[in-house]
Design a protein around this ligand. Sequence first.
Ligand SMILES: *Cc1c(COP(=O)(O)O)cnc(C)c1O
Length: 432
Amino acid sequence: MVRGSGVSRGLFERSNRVVPGGVNSPVRAWSAVGGEPLFVGRGEGSRIFDEEGRGYLDYVCAWGPLILGHAPAAVVEAVVNAAPQGTGFGAPTKKEMELAELVSGRIAGIEQLRLVNSGTEATMSAIRLSRGYTGRDKVLKFDGCYHGHVDALLAKAGSGVASFSLPDSAGVPESFTGETLIAGFNDVASVRSLIREHREDLAAVIVEPVCGNMGVIPPAPGFLEALRELTRRYGIVLIFDEVITGFRVARGGAQERYGVTPDVTCLGKVLGGGLPVGAFGGRRDIMSCLAPLGPVYQAGTLSGNPVTVTAGLATLKALEAPGVYPELEAKGRRLEEGLKGVLGPGVQGTVNRVGSMLTLFLGPERVTAPDHARDSDRDRFARFFHGMLARGIYLPPSPFEALFLSLAHSDDDIAATVAAFADWADEDSSRH
Ligand SMILES: *Cc1c(COP(=O)(O)O)cnc(C)c1O
């Protein structure tokens, strides 16, 4: 077992006394890789620094939001200028309206939107809205897709395709997931048969248009189109959970990249520029079911918070600059090609990438469905994680997560990452 550094270890012990598991979100505890988490003191550009001041090249990027890197001047300045003006009013502000205008101008599927405080709140509200709009109760989700910790969405299939699902978490009554159907990601036949069987009762189909929470799994050609066609035919609301992909895989999200427009879109992560945020939006006729216009209740004390909104506006404006998305694409390609160049008989695996999000799967040579991802070599991943950390590279501490690049990641950073991987691969292959 790799022990944490002295300072981080002491802090983790203290934290464990007052915080369950020492962390405010479970993946941060490094359960999948062993050892004790680094306590991060600060971030700058492509790097984080632990409490002892040691720097690491960061591929977590706060789990996706930091597309400009850590503490970008434009966002920091906007926040510093906004805070003295007041940090919340519980009344409408011009900035919220500006952010809503910007988002609806960018995301094809959003005519109107509501700001909330997390991705979880966005998906929870999108589901309620779809149920209220259609007057139906059931929702269909995909095995391996994560939509935050909403009760009804904490369910997966036992074996690829199951009809009614059992909760993944204690504390979720079976009756709460009993209305949730599970289909196979990239498996149109499973969707078609579930929709045919339940079309009278199905309110919504919710999907990550690029699966990011089993590691990166792109949609197979025709998959999103088939979801669009089937849901339209039966009057089912199609929800794209673009909490990761929104403003990440294209300025207009995965819906722009793949040319498929959903009825409702969930956003989060990049939208808040590193501050807590979420949003859901869609067709005007659906969104107007929300209170105060309609019967679906949804609210939030700090929704549209002025400091958050300022950070979001600064981030989205920076992303308007020409060449930003081609640059992210080029960085992603460079990292993908570098990592793939190291894979071979010594270290087998594959790299899946969409734009600036990428996963290196150790073991399987092809990952087009969550079951392939589950075949990853978890012990080797743990060694890989710690081997990279020892070489100054901070990766997501789980084999089923995406690496995120930011505009602050330089070509030298990427070259150093590939060199570290090659060095680790040499060392690890010679163990056997
Ligand atoms: C992160 C994530 C969420 C949840 O967002 P939180 O802000 O953590 O509540 C929902 N959906 C997807 C696809 C995510 O990656």
